[in-house]
Write a protein of this length. Sequence first.
Length: 407
Amino acid sequence: MLAPPTHSTGVRFSGLVERISGAGADVWRTHYAALAARERGEDVIILSVGDPDLQTPAPIVARAIEQLRAGDTHYVPPAGRARLRTAIAAQHARRSGQSVSAQNVICTAGAQNALCIAAMCLAGPGDEVLALEPFYPTYPATIEASGARLLCTPALRDCRPDLHALEQQLSARTRAIVWATPNNPSGVILSERELAVIRALARQHDLWLISDEVYAGLAPGGRVPSLAQELPERVVTLGSLSKSHAMTGWRAGWLVGPTALIEHAEHLAVCMLFGLPGFVQEAAVTALEIAAEAEARGRAYCAERQQRFAAGIAAIPQVRALPPQAGMFMLLDVSASGLSGGEFMRALYAKQRVSLMDGAAFGQASAHCVRACFAVDDATLAAACARLRAFCAEDLPGVLAAGQAGT
């Protein structure tokens, strides 16, 4: 018996549903399959998501529990409490050198929400936003939800931005340039020289600049080169506590920018979010108070895991590690395997039940790669390396033969 339709065949969805679906949603299929398999109790290893195997620092958890017990479960100001916004402003000033106040900050449900708000407020139908490859798979849907068109700016072979290509893409329709530093998936940190080129282009073409700095706390010294101090009227900085403080599920993020933008963002937040929970905000204040310690812990953890992972796959001739400058991911060049990144990812999961991410999900510059998150416990990391070695030594010949037989 056929199931009844979930909605009337005489009604239509908005065109928005087309802009928020597609490749950015499809890339997670293997990851979700692995999650479902783990829920069923099956033996799978998941290295396809950036959720570090660290506990949120105890003082942060204690503060949240204290606030919950005190009844901090009511409405809060949509832009965030002044205390948290002031703390974020202070951290931003330390990182970027830009002097800002609480009026330059809005609290959001993670940096993903901050990017969506920025896109809605800065671009719209007829506009174009340039995104430096490689970039997080949700960027296209997030940017294009505003009605703007996202253009992918190619990267060089080492995943650094192709600044000549960026300049060639600029047009009268260009409204903004967006990038992540440190980058996900490559771990590349944009240099002062690269930012100087972007600065000149922004001034010449009157552009907004959106800098996604979610992983900044994991960069050396907890900071990255920034244009915020030099171009305060046009730089928008996104951040969160997710990666630096092992707080992915807390959804504590922010947007820093000109006060006029924050006013518009607050109007949008009223109809989208209406404020982070008060107990989360108070815990976030504590997180920022211990940021130096928490970020140092995260950097040490990632450095140690990166070293272990690189050593574990060093002898695999079909895989070449591309060490990141910062972060919890490593791109693996699998060109020598005879497979594309997507083919390698799917075959590895089918044969060895290890879930990685297809490099093509982040752009063409990394299509010959897979992305692995090495921020997992020692036993899981060792098992993943062993299964990668077994796949390349034992399974790969059969996979290639089957592929050739099917052509």
